[in-house]
Write a protein that binds this ligand. Structure first.
Ligand code: PMP
Length: 416
């Protein structure tokens, strides 16, 4: 091979450069370098997001959609610019299809309380899967209690897959809505959402995707996915807490009644009658999370500045490496080994409770999540009360997987 000494080899994904953008990653915990493996719960924030939020409060803060003065106009323009950034990020047709909420949980509750109450009746069926987060179970149970609709559960295979043929068995003529995770927060399974959208639509039902984990690890194009609703939280996408997104097709938002009443969501109000503003304002009653939305816009800008294909490859490589290394630790059993997975890995270790394990790992600077991960029904199906979960972000490294494995082996010495 000819060598080109003058040519610099640019790595496809420069993880060191990415890490330098996240100030918290240079701190220590218990005297050890921080190894943050809990991004599925909430991701760390790059300086670009922190700076954007600081700039709002130090330079450009006022309420939005209100004042006819410079600062309010600037804040409004920045808030609405964030909406446009989110639209572009998920390739929604129109910016009016982007509703800001305080998080995915609120977005799902919004769909259940508005679309659900208006269009789902006694005897109608809502289909979810066995892998759902409580946020995508409980709102539908509330709807069931209010309307008498039926909740049907698509099963999960022992490896954590959601099988299409099995899924098809729970969809039928009574199905009105399919509400499922894009990616499981416990197992990392990437669900066959395009195919499931096809099944839902063939049955005349709508489909809502809980994209909390999906949008973090996969490029999302809501038109290409063929879904009707897509929800996610800003804080898992390297943005602030207190901001989330509901995307829905324009005609659905138009048909849905408001969620909450208050300022900003109205057209005219008299004591006799109130008319609504068009979407998205109809669903954004009250002063919105202004700085948080702008911070989410900054997170989107940040992700767009990276090679996202290379970032996804990097995360997939981390996952494969972690699965291989963890499986080699005696007494460790991987939970979630589906063929299509994003960078989330649950496991259990013989003789060690996940909480004890997480506490010992913390002494090594390693942050992992232990517990039921807000998926108690899934834990029951898997026959475990809890798991330990390592979840990876764009800033994690192979060396951090080594630290995790080393810390696990040390934990065995302490706990067993
Ligand atoms: N769904 C999934 C798949 C999640 O992982 C989470 C967060 N753990 C949620 C919903 C709820 O998100 P939030 O708490 O940000 O509203």
């Amino acid at each position: 091979m000819t060598s080109h000494p003058a040519k610099k080899i640019v790595p496809a994904f420069d993880v060191a450069k990415v890490r330098a953008d996240f100030p918290i990653l240079s701190r220590t915990v218990h005297g050890k370098p921080l190894v943050f493996l809990d991004s599925a719960a909430s991701a760390q924030k790059p300086r670009q997001v922190i700076d954007a939020v600081t700039k709002v409060y130090s330079d450009e803060y006022a309420n939005v959609h209100r004042g006819a003065y410079y600062l309010s106009e600037t804040a409004t323009a920045n808030y609405e610019a964030a909406r446009e950034k989110v639209r572009g990020f998920i390739n929604a047709k129109n910016v009016s299809e982007i509703v800001f909420t305080k998080g995915a949980t609120e977005a799902i509750n919004l769909v259940a309380a508005t679309y659900g109450r208006a269009f789902i009746k006694a005897g109608d069926e809502v289909v979810i899967t066995a892998v759902e987060h409580h946020s995508n179970i409980v709102p539908w149970q509330l709807l069931r209690d209010a309307t008498g609709c039926v909740l049907r559960i698509a099963p999960v295979s022992p490896d954590g897959s959601v099988d299409l043929a099995e899924f098809a068995k729970v969809i039928g003529p009574k199905t009105k809505l399919v509400a499922i995770a894009h990616v499981s927060n416990v197992l990392g399974t990437v669900l066959p959402v395009r195919e499931i959208a096809g099944l839902a639509h063939a049955a005349g039902a709508k489909i809502m995707l809980d994209g909390c984990q999906g949008i973090v690890h996969r490029h999302v194009d809501v038109q290409d996915l063929g879904c009707d609703f897509y929800v996610f939280s800003g804080h898992k996408l390297y943005g602030p807490t207190g901001i989330g997104v509901l995307w829905a097709r324009a005609e659905l938002l138009d048909a849905m009644p408001p969620y909450q009443g208050g300022g900003d969501m109205i057209d005219t109000v008299t004591f006799a009658k109130t008319t609504w503003a068009p979407a998205p304002a109809k669903f954004e009653a009250g002063t919105p999370p202004i700085a948080q939305a702008i911070g989410l816009g900054a997170a989107v800008d940040y992700l767009n500045s990276l090679d996202r294909v290379a970032a996804a490859d990097h995360e997939d490589a981390l996952l494969r490496y972690a699965m291989t290394r963890l499986a080699q630790v005696p007494g460790v059993r991987l939970i979630g080994t589906a063929p299509h997975k994003a960078a989330v890995q649950s496991f259990v270790m013989d003789g060690a409770h996940p909480h004890d394990l997480a506490t010992v790992l913390d002494r090594h600077g390693v942050c992992v999540r232990a517990g039921h991960h807000c998926a108690q029904p899934l834990m029951e199906i898997l026959g475990v009360s809890a798991t330990t979960r390592a979840s990876f972000g764009i800033y994690n490294t192979m060396e951090e997987v080594d630290v995790l494995v080393h810390a696990l082996i040390r934990a065995q010495e302490v706990l067993l």
